[in-house]
Design a protein around this ligand. Structure first.
Ligand SMILES: [Zn+2]
Length: 364
């Protein structure tokens, strides 16, 4: 029995809704996963996360392997018990840190050798170790180790990274021992269709539980991201969950749902919140502006989130101007609730067959 079960329910053009059954609960897709890199969605505890209507969260293997160590998390009952989150969890493998911490990473066919960004010690992440670490953490969905490449790198480099990602995918599958975790393969191949095609053919031949499109949103133009993400989605199996990694803004997510992706993650809503950015409608404003100091309404009119039901713009403006920690928490709850409300709206528009019309109105 596979660890997860995925069924497409409704579809509208290439977009679809679905149900993803995991050992820790059912996820209605398309779904957005708040980022809990260090086993914490910054400033929120699990009750706060539940209050945002989030269904699944994402943690990071590289960061948790360095601190506190995956064996420590395992000793404390695994990630679910460690952070007291009862719902589904996905852990990223650490491949992305090749890119984000490139000065500290050395890559060879064996794996990735990191110099810790905390204390300079060495962490070796091979495909086998990445699986072992993620088996210790105990997430519902784990990811293969991959080597992302950016559009600025040569075709030769991108091809090599993509082939290495394939070799690593084979090794990841071979080293998996737990039956209660799903393993997703990652598609690479940069910004050229033929390389993406080859990567999809290779990775999908290995029959993973789901597939992720990686190596996008690394600072390139939006149009390039959309073109490749959309092309890749057309090649992915219909009956498996499709995860577009690290995307993105509300508009990016809407476009990607339109293309037929099911899962998303991004640190943006909570990072924007900590800088005072508040999402509303199809835009956002900055709560720190003096303009809001005497406003008695909620952050977004009509929003039913914990923050909007209980606190005024004026109070949250004061918290931000006084650098009170509560401000970061309340703004993060609202922004994540905004993202989850958007996902619900996308789901119902797909079910009603009105996604095109919704996107047109949102963009206008
Ligand atoms: Zn709200």
């Amino acid at each position: 029995m596979p660890a997860i079960d995925f069924k497409v329910k409704d579809s509208d053009g290439t977009s679809r809704t679905g149900e993803l059954v995991t050992p820790h609960g059912v996820i209605k897709t398309p779904a957005f996963m708040p980022v809990a890199t260090q086993a914490s969605v910054k400033s929120l505890d699990s009750l706060d996360i539940i209050n945002t209507n989030s269904q699944i969260i994402l943690a990071n293997t590289y960061h948790l392997a360095l601190r506190p160590g995956t064996d420590t998390v395992e000793h404390l009952g695994g990630l679910h018990n460690f952070m007291k989150w009862k719902g589904p969890i996905l852990t990223d493998s650490g491949g992305y840190q090749v890119f984000s911490l490139s000065k500290l990473a050395k890559i060879s066919d064996m794996g990735i050798k990191f110099k810790s960004h905390i204390d300079g010690t060495t962490l070796v992440l091979t495909p086998e170790e990445a699986v072992r670490f993620q088996e210790s953490l105990g997430a519902d969905i784990i990811m293969t180790l991959d080597q992302p490449s950016s559009p600025n790198q040569s075709r030769e480099f991108i091809l090599q990274a993509s082939q290495r990602t394939y070799e690593w995918a084979i090794r990841s599958l071979g080293s998996k021992t737990r039956k209660d975790q799903a393993l997703f393969g990652i598609i690479q191949g940069g910004h050229e269709n033929d390389l993406r095609y080859e990567s999809v053919s290779n990775i999908t031949s290995l029959n993973f539980d789901g597939y992720a499109t990686g190596g996008l949103s690394l600072g390139e133009e939006r149009k390039a991201v959309y073109d490749i993400a959309s092309y890749t989605a057309t090649l992915l199996p219909y009956d498996k969950p499709r995860y577009l990694m690290g995307v993105g803004t509300p508009i990016d997510i809407i476009q990607a749902v339109f293309m037929g992706y099911d899962l998303f993650d991004c640190a943006l809503p909570t990072r924007v919140a900590r800088h005072g950015g508040i999402y509303y409608g199809n835009s956002r404003y900055n709560i720190k502006n003096q303009l809001y100091s005497r406003k008695d309404q909620s952050l977004e009119i009509g929003c039913e989130c914990y923050t909007c039901k209980n606190f005024s713009i004026g109070y949250i403006n004061h918290l931000f101007r006084s650098k009170e920690l509560l401000g970061y928490r309340l703004a993060s709850i609202h922004n994540l609730s905004y993202y989850q409300k958007l996902m619900n709206t996308l789901q119902s528009n797909i079910s009603l067959g009105t996604l095109n019309q919704f996107i047109k109105e949102f963009l206008d």
